[in-house]
Design a protein around this ligand. Structure first.
Ligand SMILES: Cc1cc2nc3c(=O)[nH]c(=O)nc-3n(C[C@H](O)[C@H](O)[C@H](O)COP(=O)(O)OP(=O)(O)OC[C@H]3O[C@@H](n4cnc5c(N)ncnc54)[C@H](O)[C@@H]3O)c2cc1C
Length: 241
């Protein structure tokens, strides 16, 4: 590892460049970060012109109190950058978090890879009986199989038409109009800790769609390992499941 004078987080260093799989073709990887738990405490102490150099336990107590009092700006001093491969329908939810910065694969420059989301056999769900936006229980095996076959068939056909359009000479930027929202895209997504915790509060919640929750769960594990005091503070105010 190259030497640095920057504050580092040992947990985040261990997580850097580890690729986590989500579903069959999704991926999450922490590619960069800035700041440690101590960064939050140090930033907060500037409010009352105190020096850093306190104990870890003092940092921990301060971070807990900051979060509880919603003194959230010191949490913005930490920044995380992920590479995420995700289906377009999950991307549409992800991109609503406007406080993040992102850069996406361009299917104008490059061809879309033959990667499509298909729910797992145990993950084809019924429509929820009362909540109009949620899914309910897993469907019986035979229904799941039929649904998966339909989805796979559509994905295959769409990709074939996409290829045929380009063979005809149609530009990549136009050929992509036939790709379904199950097609995978990839982003570099950078967000500060305060807004990442807000993302978690929405996307780890039971009413979030399971497919985006699966991504949030992995990012939350990384955040917990890299910034354990911040995570403890976040957990301390979360409603019980
Ligand atoms: C369960 C669930 C269901 C949803 N359903 C739908 C849906 O049916 N249709 C739909 O379009 N979206 C839907 N969304 C997306 C939702 O409306 C938000 O856009 C998304 O969750 C991002 O939240 P946010 O705006 O708080 O986050 P961010 O965009 O990261 O913003 C963080 C915070 O910054 C502040 N902020 C950001 N931008 C502004 C602004 N322009 N003005 C004032 N304050 C701002 C707000 O305090 C905001 O909470 C859903 C989200 C969830 C979790």
């Amino acid at each position: 590892m190259s030497e640095t004078s920057r504050p580092i987080s040992p947990g985040a260093e261990e997580e850097l460049n580890k690729v986590y799989k989500v579903h069959e073709a999704g991926e999450v990887e922490l590619v960069d970060y800035l700041g440690s738990d101590n960064t939050v405490a140090r930033a907060a102490r500037t409010s009352y012109q105190r020096d850093n150099g306190k104990s870890e336990e003092a940092d921990r107590r301060l971070i807990l109190r900051l979060w509880r009092d919603r003194h959230t700006s010191p949490f913005e001093m930490i920044q995380l950058t992920f590479r995420i491969r995700l289906p377009i329908f999950v991307m549409r939810q992800h991109v609503r978090h406007r406080t993040a910065s992102l850069n996406e694969w361009s299917f104008r420059y490059t061809e879309c890879p033959d990667l499509f989301y298909v729910p797992g056999q145990d993950d084809v769900r019924s429509q929820h009986s009362t909540n109009k936006q949620m899914s309910g229980d897993t469907l019986p095996d035979d229904v799941s199989s039929r649904a998966r076959t339909l989805i796979e068939g559509l994905n295959h056909h769409a990709y074939s038409v996409y290829g045929q359009l380009m063979e005809l000479g149609v530009a990549r930027e136009q050929a992509r109009v036939v790709l379904p929202v199950s097609a995978y895209t990839q982003i570099v997504w950078s967000i500060d800790m305060r807004n990442l915790l807000h993302y978690f509060s929405l996307r780890l919640a039971p009413d979030a769609q399971k497919e985006i929750r699966d991504y949030a769960v992995i990012m939350a594990r990384i955040a917990k390992k890299g910034w354990p005091m911040v995570w403890e503070a976040f957990e301390s105010t979360r409603p019980a499941p």
